[in-house]
Design a protein around this ligand. Structure first.
Ligand code: AMP
Length: 202
């Protein structure tokens, strides 16, 4: 049996605006939000074993292992499969994670509707992340770590785009502009691939 859910993965380098757009999207389409970065930061704040293992890696700007990511997402995804849909932020970040997600969703009779990539020029990304570091005080928003995160993105995360392109599920959105301009572009794209009844005036 197939379940008709709106499952979206937001894609793009650090600073592309995934977190900001996610908040608006979950509200508009009533999606269950799953951010692996946010879950990891919570584990770190609670000083769990998993959090402590992840902290060293995150502070260097590297990606944590695929095994650790599936440890935190597997059960959460299974629990949400009766909801309207899911919004993945910062996941999948490697081809192994993308393959794992496809398998997990298809076992549950659903699939990823689309991967949306927010495209933003490099100088703007760095500017945004340095501004965010002042506001949020994230330990991985320093210039050196930002650089390393960009490298990890190019090496390990960019290939995820090819994976979804081959499935015809990859779409790009211009992420340069005001929050509401970008949100308008994102929602037009979503509704072109998945017709939804608009539930808010956004
Ligand atoms: P984010 O908040 O999405 O920018 O994630 C912050 C950091 O958490 C990243 O730089 C990675 O070290 C780690 N992280 C978050 N999500 C993932 C993922 N799906 N795979 C591997 N590492 C991740």
């Amino acid at each position: 049996m197939s379940i008709n859910m709106l499952n979206i993965a937001l894609f793009g380098p650090p600073g592309a605006g995934k977190g900001t757009q996610s908040k608006l999207l979950q509200e508009k389409y009533q999606l269950t939000y799953l951010s692996t970065g946010e879950i990891l930061r919570k584990e770190i704040a609670e000083k769990t074993e998993l959090g402590m293992a992840a902290k060293k890696i995150i502070d260097r700007g590297e990606l944590v292992s695929d095994e650790l990511i599936f440890e935190i997402v597997g059960k959460r995804i299974s629990k949400c499969l009766r909801n309207k849909g899911m919004l993945f932020d910062g996941f999948p970040r490697t081809v192994v994670q993308a393959e794992g997600l496809e398998k997990l969703l298809s076992q549950k009779g659903t699939s990823l509707t689309c991967m949306l990539s927010l495209e933003v020029p490099q100088e703007e990304l760095i500017k945004r992340m340095l501004e965010r570091s002042k506001l949020e005080g994230r330990s991985d928003d320093t210039p050196d770590v930002i650089n390393f995160r960009m490298q990890e993105y190019k090496n390990k995360t960019a290939p995820v785009a090819c994976f979804y392109k081959s499935l015809g599920k990859y779409h790009t959105v211009d992420g340069f502009g005001t929050i509401s301009e970008v949100f308008g572009r994102v929602t037009r794209l979503i509704e072109s691939v998945y017709p939804v009844e608009s539930s808010s005036g956004l």
